[in-house]
Write a new protein. Structure first.
Lengths: 144, 144
DNA sequence: ACTAAATAGGATATAATTGTCCGATTTAGG
DNA sequence: CCTAAATCGGACAATTATATCCTATTTAGT
């Protein structure tokens, strides 16, 4: 569904959000350990999220990553996915046709529209706050 | 969503089904041309579909690919997807966690279950016959 | 000023996917 | 029997995704 990069990105952002809610800034090392991802690759993804103003990064000693508290409620999964994988999940034909649309639909066009819309809505309506609080309450998990 | 291989596979099978319904066997060359895919790569995919008893292949002059007429109704997209991409679309966690399940769900587990189920049902309920007749009636398209 | 800890970013390595090429084999027809 | 047309299958090539490594820069604390 998503690329590995995107999976790590969502997991990273969720972990950062959880800790930002508790006032803690977290380091790359800690993030990678806690979400069980390759450190250097995760670094690249965090750079990307930082450039897209999804997370804030602080260099130097006691540096790390955090997310502005007021932002956590507003940040939706769709923005993270978009920053990393672009819009290819929602857009484009299920069978890979370049010019597939309602006028000249591929044989599964209509059926895909529904599923893709559900996915899009889900990502657009799920906030990092919701992700993080699920973790906080021990209802959900990020590892393994 | 699907791999390129899988996209070509579905388009190939659909084109073969359409022609089998009309009693014509079609060659690799024709298939690749009509579904707009790389010839040699498509050959590999057709080999795979043949080994999985999804299409029948006939070697030699006047050879090519076809699908048993009685099979066209029963062959579902899910079988093609499964032969090429396996079950990774339905199975496995949206965030890439190995041990994500209802007991220890990731933060989007429940939301993904619904979407994945819809996708699975759609693939399990869409027959090649349905794909092909949409083409036949000019309602849907396979090219571009 | 120095040091340690941290991110930034470029270069490189590895793996998976996508794609090509070519010789072997099969088969219908002349 | 020969030829042309076709699939089969193995080897290879190119591209993209994933992952690593190293150096530069920044920053807090001493």
């Amino acid at each position: 569904m998503f690329s590995k990069a995107c999976e790590y990105g969502i997991r990273s952002a969720t972990y950062i959000a959880l800790n930002s809610l508790e006032g803690r800034r977290v380091s790359l090392k800690e993030i990678a350990k806690e979400i069980d991802s390759p450190v250097a690759f995760t670094a690249k993804i965090l750079q990307l999220l930082s450039k897209n103003n999804i997370v804030d990064s602080v260099k130097g000693a006691y540096g790390g990553f955090d997310i502005n508290r007021t932002k956590i409620d507003k940040l939706m999964l769709s923005e993270i996915v978009n920053a990393i994988d672009g819009d290819k999940i929602y857009v484009g034909c299920g069978l890979g046709l370049k010019e597939c649309n309602a006028d000249k639909p591929c044989p599964v066009h209509e059926k895909f529209v529904g599923i893709r819309n559900d996915l899009r809505k889900m990502l657009e309506n799920t906030s990092l706050y919701e992700m993080a609080t699920g973790l906080e309450m021990g209802l959900t998990y990020l590892k393994r």
